[in-house]
Design a protein around this ligand. Structure first.
Ligand SMILES: [Zn+2]
Length: 137
């Protein structure tokens, strides 16, 4: 087993999507890469090279580990969150369910259902009328 350690730039964020700490903060982190060769894992002979490895990011400053907003442990990542092309929709619209957003508590009223049934009947009758007009031509 071989371990290499270096201090790198990393990004910290809160795990809770609705917490203000969810926005990434650039921090220093210790990048620890642990590598195992084929021989380390019980292989015989002289197959060279690394068979498997993994990377961990550790806090260089433990005081930064807690979310400044809610106090829960934050996550570290070596990638800045990508910014996708704006679609025009609020990316948090479904989560926040603000004005005009999705609200699971809202149910159709009886009047809404009657109106939907009437609209469906009107569409059926319109289609039947159009069919008859075509026959008459
Ligand atoms: Zn938080």
């Amino acid at each position: 087993m071989n371990q290499t350690r270096e201090v790198v730039r990393a990004w910290a964020h809160c795990r809770h999507g609705l917490c203000p700490g969810y926005l990434q903060e650039e921090v220093d982190a210790e990048r620890v890469e642990t590598a195992f060769t084929f021989k380390d894992n019980g292989g015989r002979g002289s197959v060279p090279g690394v068979e498997r490895s993994f990377v961990e990011l550790l806090w260089t400053d433990q005081e930064q580990a807690a979310c400044p907003s809610c106090g829960t442990p934050r996550e570290l990542t070596d990638q800045e969150r990508p910014q996708y092309e704006a679609s025009g929709y609020d990316p948090m619209g479904l989560v926040n369910s603000g004005a005009g957003g999705f609200n699971a508590q809202v149910q159709n009223s009886e009047a809404d259902e009657r109106m939907a049934a009437m609209e469906a009947q009107i569409a059926k009758l319109t289609a039947a009328l159009e069919k008859n007009e075509k026959k008459a031509d």
